[in-house]
Design a protein around this ligand. Sequence first.
Ligand SMILES: OC[C@H]1O[C@H](O[C@H]2O[C@H](CO)[C@@H](O)[C@H](O)[C@H]2O)[C@H](O)[C@@H](O)[C@@H]1O
Length: 419
Amino acid sequence: MVSERDILRGKLNVAQIYADPKTFVDKPTLPSAQQVLSNFQNITSSGNVTEGEVVNFVDSNFKGEGLELEAITIPNFNSNPAFLNNITDPLIKAWSQTVHGFWTSLARNTNDSTLCGGADDCESTLIPLNHTFVVPGGRFREQYYWDSYWIIQGLIQSELFDLVNATLQNFMDELENIGFIPNGGRIYYLNRSQPPLFINMLHDYVAATNDTGILTRALPLAEKELEWWQTNRSVSVTSPYTNKTYSLTRYGVTNSAPRPESYLTDYLTANDPTLATPLTEDERAELYSELASGAETGWDYSSRYIRTPGAGGSNNTNVALRALNVKGTLPVDLNSILYKAHVSLADLYNQQTHSAAASTHLQNATTIREAILDLFWDPTKLAFYDFNLTSNVRNDFFTIVTFFPLWNGIIPDEVLKLI
Ligand SMILES: OC[C@H]1O[C@H](O[C@H]2O[C@H](CO)[C@@H](O)[C@H](O)[C@H]2O)[C@H](O)[C@@H](O)[C@@H]1O
């Protein structure tokens, strides 16, 4: 059902007041949402609205984007962590020092005093977080799931262990309160997650700090994370190569509308007036689901998920996007990440002398490893490829994902022989 809010968002996006559709959805309302809707009706009821009236309406009914988050000073920031002393090349050292300094402009706290609250209050898309976090920056004002993995690799090198802990605490709060880790810290991301790297972040943090105290809270939540992926994203597949049946994981989001933060781009992909064949309503809904699933992969968007890569050329990428097949693809990277998650979790359980739980996870890892080698590994081309559930064969699109199993410790015999 299309709500009044959807109509308002749609009309304001079509008016293109902001170049980036994310700007508008990141603005909290000034009065209550109900009041905003009624103010909108007042200016649109005559049927004729000028651009100036729309701009005035937005200015007087919405606050600035991003104001609920505040930049913070990182306590005891060490501008010369040990890793810098190991770099001998002066150019690389200067570059690394500069990159290390970026943390000071990317750390954020939720500004509690600006949050919307009770009845008749303003409304916001922000998911408030209790602990400090690091943002990707620019239009990405909030905490993101898989970006945090790469961020944590850097924070560990920079010896900013409290920030790593705080990031993990935020994810644990989300697992506890929401049931999974959403794509990012906005309510419009609540229909999807991102590459499930929480357990690997946790493992890296414990390895770097030996703070095993975190595990009392983290281990049950790590189980919850894996259960979410198993319940919501796993599929059963029988290998055309060995006839064995496995449970593997793919990205797949239930969604039938444009992504609010990319409203106009998604709408135009589905309704492109320059394309000869209009989509039916069901096809549009399915495309919106594929677009959101593509965002869940973290690779929004890559030819590896497109049935006819390159179709439409670079002049009109809508043709290729309409051929997205994310839900029909078993991704090498996702399943390699989950393999490593089981191995890492087993290691953490072993450190806590929970050997039964450790061996369950090692068993799960062994099963995923077998499936990865069966379905994704091409022994003649010596490379890993995604598996296409629609055509029931391995894809032949070579990308960097070929390295994911290797990075995560799955080395095929043919490669071992070459070493
Ligand atoms: O750096 C944050 C993320 O940025 C890209 O994706 C995000 O933007 C999309 C459009 O606004 C949104 O729909 C998606 O859900 C967001 O995650 C990037 O592709 C991601 O890899 C990255 O995590």
